[in-house]
Design a protein around this ligand. Sequence first.
Ligand code: UDP
Length: 372
Amino acid sequence: MQDVKVLIIGSGITGIVLAECFASAGAKVLIIEKRNHIGGNCYDFEDENGIFVHQYGPHIVHTHYQEVWDYLSRFTDWIYYQHRVLGFIDGQFVPIPFNLNTLYMLFPRRLAEKVERKLLKGFGLGKSVSILELRKTEDQDLRFLADFVYEKVFLNYTLKQWGLKPEELDPSVTGRVPVVVSRDDRYFHDPYQGIPREGYTRMFEKMLAHPNIQIELNTDFFAVKDRLPYDLLFYTGPIDEFFEYKFGKLAYRCVEMRFLTFNLESYQPVAVVNYPNDYDFTRITEFKKFTGNTASQTTIGIEYPGESGFPAWPFLDKRNKQIFEEYHREAESLRKENIYFVGRLAEYRYYDMDDAVKRALDVFAEVVGSVR
Ligand code: UDP
């Protein structure tokens, strides 16, 4: 890879992994970043109380890819945090995803026992069932459960989050938070979970601390692209912007984060509390709970999804998927010119952080294989 010039647009997690891989393989890497900081939406900063605040909403590394965990572990130590979310439902804080514990907290005991027996018989211990799947059941008690969970956990949260009903969304989105037939209260069941001990930004800085990597922040790629020579170009920005929106604009659901700091040791029982039915926000994150910080102050972030704020989630309805397909076809044809589209914005995919890392590692391996 000596003397190969790699140009990377965007310093989110995808761009950073690509930069680290190519630089370590001997290429010269230049990253162009529009924002005034690295890390994309994973960016965090340490506030005056030593609390790592996730500026663009809560981020937790969770993965079943050992390769991804091992790779990131080269640049950070971990806080072995296991994510537990509570939902404020019928005036109580109850575990989300809805599981057997939630069932016993919200249902009268006899009914809970009956429903538990049917869940165990119908699906089996440890199984995860999406809410849309559960609503197809014909058993009267399971149907009652399904309607209850649909109404109390999914309907209003999804209306706030997306402006849509759960059944109007791509099933993979609500499927991320299934109903779980178990007593396991954790939000994720991946074997590797954690928070970078010194924060995401510090981890990224370590990944980029390579003599072959240069970064230009505050730089709009489209304003400077004619003066940037490259052998390989990796574009991780919005794919529609690259093609000047010629097939139309791809929609994103945005979110506004409002931060508050209190003279309190603790604001809420866990790091993230979801509010499906109350208030006009979706969830509150108390950041110190990710790291066990013991400051006498605490900082929270309240999420207001909608049309304003920053683009956070691709809006995966039929129309946008069709528009994306048109861009994707064009993007594929640019591979012969050594231009690659990678990451959440460039592939218009609901990638989690681990998917983004895996994808970047795979693209690196594929491209290196073809260049050598
Ligand atoms: N969801 C819900 N109620 C909840 C949590 C999630 O209805 O209490 C639905 C909602 O449609 C949401 C989707 O499940 O958009 C995925 O949630 P997740 O927490 O995975 O979203 P993210 O962490 O990416 O914001």
